[in-house]
Design a protein around this ligand. Sequence first.
Ligand SMILES: Cc1ncc(C[n+]2csc(CCOP(=O)(O)OP(=O)(O)O)c2C)c(N)n1
Length: 357
Amino acid sequence: MATVAQFDITYTQFLNEHGKLVGQLPPFAHNHSALKELYKIMVLTRTFDKKAIALQRTGKMGTYAPINGQEAISAAIGHAMRPEDVFVPYYRDYAAQFQRGVKMSEILAFWGGDERGSQFSCNSKDLPICVPIASQCLHAAGVAFAFQYRNQPRVAVVCLGEGGTSEGDFYEAINVAGTWKLPVVFIVNNNQWAISVPRDQQTGSQTIAQKAIAAGFTGMQIDGNDILATRQVIGDAIEKARRGEGPTLIEALSYRLSDHTTADDATRYQPCQEVEKAKPKEPISRFKEFLIEQKIWDAQDEESLVIQCSKEVEEAVNEYLSMETQPISSIFDYHYAELPEYLVEQRAIAMEEATHA
Ligand SMILES: Cc1ncc(C[n+]2csc(CCOP(=O)(O)OP(=O)(O)O)c2C)c(N)n1
């Protein structure tokens, strides 16, 4: 008997949960302004997240998917991408979207059930938030194929949860990406839960990263709460794809320190000891400790950042709350270029009822 193939799955961490460096500083991290930008976007995103939950709780917004505890993944994606790349997000990617030019008020509008939230005023080529799990992976493969076909040095970056990697759409997307060496990076936010389904009941695979091996390309794990690891590894994978060296799958290990969405109550299924254990590993506090120790950040910087973030979020909330209400017909009009016959009828009924309401 002979071994015909062998593979490794690596794990990368630069900053441990106490904010201490593990080994050498990664190359990008010698740039102090990059470090500050990453810290600021994570703090802004957390401020936004808290406010968005409050808006839902007070009846001013529909369901909302929090990002609490997973900010480092999304912050790194937005920071590592170039403007000409295309981001294909799922519904927990705000830090990346903000850096890509999406307004906070647009994200609020999206969760407020207003389709204008997906019509980004920055005119970006990025795709809107995708809720059908893993379907965005196929969209990203398609975008990447277009870049390859046109010979453009551009990259598609797609994000999904670990639960999404059980879907057929995910497997089909990684299959075509591996076969055609597409310029796409798959980033899995492994927050350990798919609503109430824990990671160990999700798949028999030892890691999510190794799913890429079957598709013929590299898969790796990183500490998804370590901003130094997320930014360096995601950036490297994007540049590798840009050079025509094919796709990468990055499994970023994190933890969902919130309900799945505001329609959920995680206390009914997340063991509280597990949550307590995960809390100190969240990404912002360890990075702040590191920045302070390196003398890149101080208490005064922190104070002005907190004020600035609250101000920006308040302005976004006011913008969202002052948006003109959409007519009932918008439910129909945003979904089809041409409405199917049965919906033409339903649209007319909805309009009629709205005038009598
Ligand atoms: C195709 C599809 N099936 C089911 C759902 C319902 N659903 C919404 S979120 C979710 C769990 C997703 O978990 P995961 O992919 O791990 O991402 P997370 O929400 O934890 O970030 C499910 C099953 C959906 N949105 N789309």
